[in-house]
Design a binder for this molecule. Structure first.
Ligand code: ZN
Length: 87
């Protein structure tokens, strides 16, 4: 029982545009990190993202973001980072 379905396909060519990560830039020192050469430095970067809610000091609905390399993160707020060993 069931249905016999005959499918007819037509071959088409489609162009797909993708975004390839080319560079990550520290928002403090503006140093550029190439994912092909500096993957460990990029993995060490600290990303901050915060969305201000109602009555936020940043503004209602304002999104605040920043990326810092390891060197700048240590200089800017290293004294405030809580450090634990995850391994
Ligand atoms: Zn930096």
């Amino acid at each position: 029982m069931g249905y016999d379905v005959t499918k007819v396909y037509e071959q088409t060519t489609t162009t797909i545009t993708t975004n390839h990560l080319k560079m990550v830039v520290c928002d403090c020192c503006k140093k550029e990190f190439d994912p092909e050469e500096d993957i460990f430095s990029i993995q060490d970067m600290i990303h901050i993202e915060h969305l201000g809610g109602y009555a936020s000091g940043y503004g209602d609905g304002v999104k605040v973001t920043a990326d810092f390399c390891h060197i700048c993160a240590e200089k800017l707020f290293g004294n405030y980072l809580k450090r634990t060993n995850a391994w």
